[in-house]
Design a protein around this ligand. Structure first.
Ligand code: PLP
Length: 447
């Protein structure tokens, strides 16, 4: 039951400096009190279909009582105790064991964090540590893609390839380099005669490695599908080329599975669809469906061997107070069991196909909607000035999303794109509500 006073809460909420803050954005805040499946219920009496699963992460859907019970039981036993070497707890041991070989057969070791940004920093430091131990201490630079998003700690922000996150915060840290994003719809890099987008973007990566000097480059980090950059699926063949380049120049490949992981793309991991076999895979979000903050990295057995064989005075001195948080890990294990038991990968694929078909129908119907794309339940469209020019129209994308919200649908505008990533438990009827509401919102906002 919702009994809170919206006006009073809005006033109290003014005390928060929210993430991604600007005061204009806190007006008419959607104050969520309750959730059930794909639905959110707000303090001011609205019912909203959340086609973004909050921040791409509530994979099993809202209001799951099983996970609440698991957290409750675990907290009664031991909610938290230190995970620093020499101490541990059953849930973190059990989850690490469950994840052994789960990402890739040659990855059997996990380090836990509390979220995606910490995972990015952990991946970067681990790559640097690896090269240091192999006597290549100059290999510290990190290459990432433009419009990639890897989080908001200082290193993660620097790996993120969008200047709107850099400019006001002192820019990008030294040693972080951004390369072209192989967006097949609108490639912004240099395309030479006869080159495909995948080849051009891969060339940009290789040129960056050569320009910096391979002896200084530790790792390349990439999302299998870019999420916060606007649901960008790389041009076909790109990852094959990028992996070969990384191998050639001894550059570790870090796959950022923070959004794609745990069923979002219809497989367990985004890497599965693109034949990516990375050295490090980082995760967060869907591992607990947002019921607890948890993230981590998986490393290859080879990297773990290097960590294990380091002299004690060069230990892998990295970790967080909440690494291996007992209640979070218990929830993570139970969440993975639910994804498996409830067939949510298959539902992600089937409902993803229905969603994409619906988005393609919107492309056919509206002159300003184009480039429907998606995999599993991660999808996007572009709002354009015209299909011929492919010039994006962020203003209208914003207006369409606002109109959709007024009609009870939460979709996320990202520049000219509108993104969709609903909970994986979504039904066919609920997918149809997304499409029908979007149709109405486009009509209202584009007129
Ligand atoms: C691909 C990716 N990596 C890292 C992060 C950062 O995760 P967090 O916000 O949990 O720190 C995000 C967040 O959206 C993400 O999408």
């Amino acid at each position: 039951m919702i009994a809170n006073d919206y006006a009073a809460l809005v006033q109290q909420d003014e005390r928060q400096l929210h993430p991604m803050y600007h005061p204009s954005r806190t007006e008419n805040a959607v104050m969520v009190e309750k959730g059930d499946g794909v639905w959110l219920y707000t303090t001011d009496g609205r019912k909203i279909l959340d086609s973004m699963a909050s921040l791409w992460n509530v994979n099993i859907g809202y209001g799951n009582r099983e996970l609440a019970q698991v957290a409750y039981d675990q907290m009664l036993d031991i909610a938290y105790s230190s995970g620093f070497a020499g101490m541990t707890n059953p849930p973190s041991a059990q989850l690490a064991d469950k994840l052994a070989g789960f990402f890739r057969p040659n990855m059997n070791f996990t380090n836990f964090t509390s979220g995606g940004s910490e995972s990015t920093d952990t991946s970067i430091k681990t790559a640097r540590f690896y090269w240091y131990q192999l006597g290549k201490a100059r290999k510290t630079k990190i290459i990432s893609r433009l419009t990639g998003y890897h989080g908001m700690t200082l290193a993660a922000t620097s790996a993120t390839g969008m200047s709107k996150f850099h400019t006001m915060f002192g820019g990008v840290l030294e040693g972080f380099i951004h390369v072209a994003n192989p967006n097949p719809y609108h490639y912004e890099g240099e395309l030479r005669d006869g080159e495909s987008v995948a080849q051009a973007a891969a060339r940009d990566l290789e040129e960056a490695i050569l320009r910096e000097g391979p002896e200084t480059v530790a790792a390349f980090i990439s999302e299998p599908i870019q999420g916060a950059g606007g649901v960008m699926i790389a041009a076909e063949g790109y990852f094959e080329l990028a992996q070969a380049i990384c191998k050639k120049y001894e550059v570790l490949f870090i796959a950022d599975e923070v959004i794609c992981g745990f069923g979002r793309t219809g497989d367990w991991f985004g890497c599965d669809a693109f034949g990516i076999n990375p050295d490090i895979m980082q995760f967060a979000k869907g591992v607990t469906s947002g019921y607890m903050p948890l993230g981590g990295i998986q490393v290859t057995d080879e990297i773990r061997d290097v960590i294990n064989s380091a002299p004690e005075d060069q230990s892998w001195m990295h970790g967080y107070t909440y690494s291996g948080h007992a209640a979070a890990c218990a929830v993570g294990s139970a969440n993975i069991d639910i994804i498996e038991r409830d067939g949510l990968l298959a539902n992600s694929s089937a409902m993803g196909e229905r969603l994409l078909n619906g988005l393609n129908a919107l492309v056919d119907e509206f002159p300003n909607i184009d480039n429907a794309r998606g995999l599993g339940l991660m999808a996007g469209i572009d709002v354009v000035k015209s299909k011929e020019s492919r010039e994006g129209d962020p203003g209208t994308a914003e207006k369409i999303s606002e109109a959709a919200l007024e009609m009870g649908l939460r979709a996320r505008p990202i520049g000219p794109a509108i993104a969709f990533a609903p909970p994986l438990c979504i039904s066919a009827d609920e997918v149809d509500i997304i499409i029908n509401t979007m149709g109405d919102a486009i009509t209202r906002a584009s007129g």
